[in-house]
Structures are given as C-alpha cells and as structure tokens.
Design a protein around this ligand. Structure first.
Ligand code: SAM
Ligand code: DTB
Ligand code: SF4
Length: 312
C-alpha cells in the first residue's frame, strides 16, 4: 500500500514521467492492484443539463459565449427530463450520474431545481455528481444537504499555463470552490486536460496542485483535449497517445487511492490505446455515446473493450 502524499514536487513528477515506459506502467499497475480491484471499472454517465452561453472563456470549450461553434444553446432542463435520462443511464449500467451546466457560477434561483435533481438521482440508487461552475459556501452546504455525492471542478492545468487557457477566472477561484465543497463534506472530482499546448512542467504542476488537496480528490478525471473548431484551441495537435498513457500512469502513482478516469478524448482512441490507458492504472470512464457536447465511444465499442480486458 502507498500512503497518499501531498508534497510532490515538479522535479519528482517530471522524473516519474520520464521513466522507461515499461517500468512506469509496471509501477502504476502495482499501485492499482494494491488499492483497487484491477478488473473493476467505475462507470459514470454525463448529461448536459444546460447547454452553451457560458460567461467563462475557457479556450477548449464549445459552450463558452465567447465562441461560435454552431452549438444550440438551451435553458436548464426540467427536473423530470433529467430524471428520465438518469433512469436510462442506470439501465445502461452507470453507477454515477454526472450533471453539467454551462454556468460561470450557480445562481441561487436555480438551486431548488438542482436540489430536486440530486434528490431524484439519489432516489434511483445512483451516485450523484454536479458540475455547475463556482459555488459559495452556502450553496455547497445546500448541495451537501440534498445528498450530493461528488462535485466536479477541474484545475485543468498548472497555475503558470492557466491564464493562457482562461482569463475570466483565476486559479485561486477554482481552489476556493473546491475548498467550499470539502468543508461541506462533498467528495471531489477534480482533474485536468492534456494536449492544450502545455509543457511537461505544466502537467507536473497540475499533479502537484491536485496532490496538495488533502485528502486527494476521490475522482481524478484526465481529459485528452478534443479540439473543437471555432474555439481558441480548435487547431491544437492531438497529444501523442503513448504520452497520454504515461501521464495516466503518473496520476495513478500520485493518487493511489483515487479513481482515475479517462474522461474526454476516448472517441478517437483505438481499443489498443484505451487498453494501455487501463493498464496504466485508469479505472473509470464515462459510458454512453455522448459527453456534454462531444462524442464518446458508446455501448458496443465499450463492450468489446471490457470483454477484451476481462472487466465485468
Ligand atoms: N462549467 C463547469 C466547469 O467549468 O467546471 C463544468 C463543465 S466543464 C465542460 C468540465 C470540464 O470538461 C472542464 O473543466 C474540462 O476539463 C473538460 N473539457 C471541456 N471541454 C473539453 C474539451 N474540448 N476537451 C477535453 N476536455 C474538455
Ligand atoms: C471532466 O473532467 N470531464 C467531463 C466532466 N468532467 C464534466 C466533461 C468532458 C466533456 C467535455 C467536453 C464536451 O463534451 O463538450
Ligand atoms: Fe463554461 Fe465550463 Fe465551458 Fe468553461 S468549461 S466555458 S466554465 S462550461
């Protein structure tokens, strides 16, 4: 068993990431096996409960009001419609239902509907997760009171590169919302994106910042940038597949007790590359054929992957 550490340095993480591929994967797989069932995958399902028109300017996102991507904006979905989707997700094998809204921050006027969604999802026997932008302490407490299990709020990259990607909020504001969730007792889902033109140092810094959170986030989603035409990062070259695998292995070693998720970016990965991601210690993914606005492999492809890997 590895004790989670909160004092990782940039240099240590860069050294880890630079190890021979087989050594790195062997160690990551060993950490996975010491802390988790290596044949189990945590399955989440995402639903965009409010699409587009977001007041933030995140350079990777199709839902920012600063960009034209052809996306059709919509208002917050009705509670019953959200619960219909949650029932479907449960029938498809999801354990956790994650609801995302393209908001800079949660407004108190929307809180009653959000609380009803959390309660309804819980009543179906699913874990609940919300990602709604920034929260005040009172809002986090209200979500915790409704029974919310997880809040997703990513740090996305290292603090030095962050202002290049988004300028309408600060890194510290991200950390403040995470702290509010922690105080209210909600589990954290917090990770980042690789492939936005960041240096290895920025990836290492992301891991350092995530590792400072005490306890570590219970879920660590690692997204592979999906370049969306019309966004500032729409022309980005995709991150090399084996490089992505390396960083998943680093995340597994740095966050031994956390569930590490291959989040966005699976749609364009071969089965072989996804199998390597799982060998590197990732043990969670989103099921279904759609994430928020981007595509995901869906049931038939995932069944082949799970079958090949011996995952139930
Ligand atoms: N508005 C909320 C927020 O920013 O926290 C929640 C939704 S936001 C879409 C959730 C996360 O999805 C982002 O933090 C980012 O890590 C990831 N993401 C968004 N667009 C992406 C893209 N094109 N490729 C990969 N990951 C993406
Ligand atoms: C996370 O790290 N990835 C999810 C979830 N948290 C909310 C989102 C992935 C998809 C984002 C891009 C899209 O589909 O538009
Ligand atoms: Fe808004 Fe979230 Fe997209 Fe940023 S990532 S523009 S906060 S929906």
């Amino acid at each position: 068993m590895t004790t989670p550490r909160h004092d990782w340095t940039r240099a240590e993480i860069l050294a880890l990431a630079a190890r021979p591929f087989s050594d790195l994967l062997y160690d990551a797989q060993t950490v996975l096996r010491a802390h988790h069932d290596p044949h189990a995958i945590q399955k989440s399902r995402l639903l965009n409960i409010k699409t587009g028109g977001c007041a933030e300017n995140c350079g990777y996102c199709s839902q920012s009001a600063f960009v034209k991507t052809g996306l059709v904006n919509s208002k917050l979905m009705a509670v019953e419609d959200v619960l219909d989707e949650a029932r479907r997700a449960k029938a498809e094998g999801a354990e956790r239902f994650c609801m995302g809204a393209a908001w800079r921050e949660l407004k108190d006027r929307d809180l009653p509907a959000i609380v009803d969604m959390v309660k309804g999802v819980k009543a179906l026997g699913l874990e609940s997760c919300m990602t709604l932008g920034m929260l005040t302490q009172a809002q986090a407490d209200a979500l915790a009171g409704a029974g919310l299990d997880y809040y997703n709020h990513n740090l996305d990259t290292g603090p030095e590169y962050y202002p290049t990607v988004v300028s309408t909020r600060t890194y510290q504001e991200r950390l403040d919302t995470l702290e509010a969730c922690r105080r209210s007792g909600i589990n954290l889902c917090c990770g980042g994106i690789l492939g936005m033109g960041e240096r290895p140092e920025d990836r290492a810094d992301l891991m350092v910042e995530l590792a400072k959170l005490d306890p570590h986030p219970e879920s660590v989603p690692i997204n592979r940038l999906v370049p969306i035409p019309g966004t500032p990062l729409g022309d980005s070259a995709p991150i090399d597949g084996l490089d992505f695998v390396r960083w998943l292995a680093v995340a597994r070693i740095v966050f031994p007790q956390s569930v590490v998720r291959i989040a966005d970016g699976r749609e364009t990965m071969s089965e072989e590359l996804q199998a390597l991601c799982l060998l590197a210690g990732a043990n969670s993914l989103f099921i279904g054929d759609k994430l928020l606005t981007t595509a995901n492999p869906g049931e038939a492809r995932d069944e082949r992957l799970f079958g090949a890997m011996g995952i139930a």
